[in-house]
Design a protein around this ligand. Structure first.
Ligand SMILES: [Zn+2]
Length: 448
């Protein structure tokens, strides 16, 4: 093991320079929802990668989102570590909720504020800083590096799957560090070994050609009633999904990691389901869900209006866990509608992708956890799979590469919200953490 003191001191002494990387990125309003600032931000990221010694390839993305960037640094190290990030951000609205303007980075009270500070520009900055710190203090990088940085994550990563499928060889790596992570309320770095998948569906029931006088309700079928009756067959009041076979493929790998944790650590923002009180973390992280996002039918304006609506629809997100196949779940849903005599309800698929998870026994989780303890001075919380969904499956399922997520945020980072921020102490701890991952990657890969 190399003496870490010079490296850590270098990180501390150069914090403001590294912070400048994040500030420059935040200044470009690369909002993928509006398609604005993406080319400009891709230019900036490419320039920053090149300044750190990377060879950069740029791929336009005809499916939407900004260009994909692939930065490579080859040290003939017989071990390749990839990082996944995105340079696009969520819209900053409502602007009046920001203390200082979202695209004008500002440091106050030991925190850096700005849209993208935590998600995901601060992480790009921290990772480049780790490269700089290693090269400056040790003179060489003991691992080959690849940075895959996309510009459409906040709009569902259009084109990412296709890009990864078409560039499997270029994207070869022995392990990948995903984009985010944070420090919990109790001060422990939180590391994710996976993400849920997603089947986003819209159910639609057509009724009369246009809204009818509701006196016809005595004899004419109302699509809103049809829809809510069908929905009520899919999930019990206890939160369990009642579609036959829905839980068949669920496995609870990594469950033991949750035993020492308390749900309070994750600060649930609202009261829990009565039935979740027993084992909320198991439900949150390891089980699939069906969530009703929106229902639309008929008159929802002020006062009263008496109609039979012409149409009713519902949007549902089904968060999938590893081994649940999105196509199979879609078929189960169709069978369920059929069994309940609801084949008149149409199903549209908006998104469908599987979950991702890396086994806790793989070398990469061990590496990320051990080095987190050194960098943060506190042992990490390891979550077998995040509760949220994302495209990590392109790494674990398509490239068949282990993947773990860690990053520079904290519990109060407010990603996607107003006053998004990171703490400067977490930023430097994360730079050290990423540097240690780079330095120890090869050892862990070969000795497991
Ligand atoms: Zn993100």
């Amino acid at each position: 093991m190399v003496n870490l003191t010079p490296l850590f001191r270098h990180v501390e002494e150069n914090r403001d320079k590294y912070l400048e990387y994040a500030k420059r990125l935040i200044t470009v309003p690369s909002v993928s929802t509006y398609g604005s600032g993406l080319e400009e931000c891709a230019d900036l990221v490419a320039e920053m990668l090149e300044n750190h010694g990377f060879r950069v390839e740029r791929f336009s993305n005809p499916e939407g989102g900004g260009p994909m960037l692939l930065g490579t640094m080859n040290y003939e190290a017989h071990a390749t570590l990839m990082f996944y990030n995105h340079y696009d951000v969520q819209p900053a609205e409502p602007l009046e909720k920001w203390t200082t303007p979202p695209f004008t980075p500002a440091v106050r009270n030991g925190k850096l504020f700005g849209r993208g500070a935590a998600d995901n520009k601060g992480n790009i900055a921290a990772r480049l800083a780790a490269v700089e710190a290693i090269l400056s203090t040790l003179g060489e990088m003991p691992v080959n590096l690849k940075f895959l940085i996309e510009g459409g994550e906040e709009v569902g990563s259009p084109g990412l799957e296709k890009f990864v499928r078409e560039n499997r060889d270029k994207l070869f790596a022995d392990g990948c560090i995903w984009e985010y992570g944070y420090v919990s309320r109790s001060g422990s770095p939180v590391i994710y070994l996976g993400q849920k998948g997603m089947l986003y569906v819209e159910l639609e029931k057509e009724g009369p050609a246009s809204d009818l006088h509701s006196s016809w309700g005595a004899v004419v079928e109302n699509p809103a009633w049809r829809l809510v009756q069908a929905l009520s067959t899919m999930r019990g009041p206890d939160g369990r999904v009642t579609i036959e076979g829905f839980y068949d493929d669920v496995v609870y790998e990594g469950e033991e990691l949750l035993e020492k944790l308390d749900i309070a650590e994750f600060s649930p923002p609202h009261k829990l389901l009565k039935t979740a009180e027993q084992n909320p973390l198991r439900q949150l992280f390891l089980e699939p869900t069906i969530n009703l996002n929106g229902l639309y039918a008929g008159y929802i304006g002020p006062g009263s209006k008496t109609i039979i609506p012409s149409k009713a629809s519902a949007k549902l997100d089904i968060r999938l866990v590893p081994r649940q196949n999105p196509e199979k779940i879609k078929q189960l849903l169709l069978q369920h509608l059929e069994k309940n005599g609801a084949t008149d309800i149409k199903l549209h698929i908006h998104q469908a992708y599987p979950a991702a998870r890396t086994s806790p026994d793989n070398f990469l989780p061990k590496l990320v956890a051990d080095t987190a303890a050194t960098a943060y001075g506190k042992s990490p919380i390891i979550i077998p799979s995040g509760a949220a969904s994302g495209p990590m499956y392109v790494i674990t399922e398509i490239l068949e590469t282990p993947c773990v997520s860690t990053g520079c945020g904290y519990h109060g980072s407010s990603p996607h919200g107003p006053d998004e921020n990171i703490r400067l102490t977490d930023f430097t701890a994360n730079i050290k953490h990423i540097a240690l991952i780079m330095l120890n990657f090869k050892n862990y890969l070969y000795t497991g």
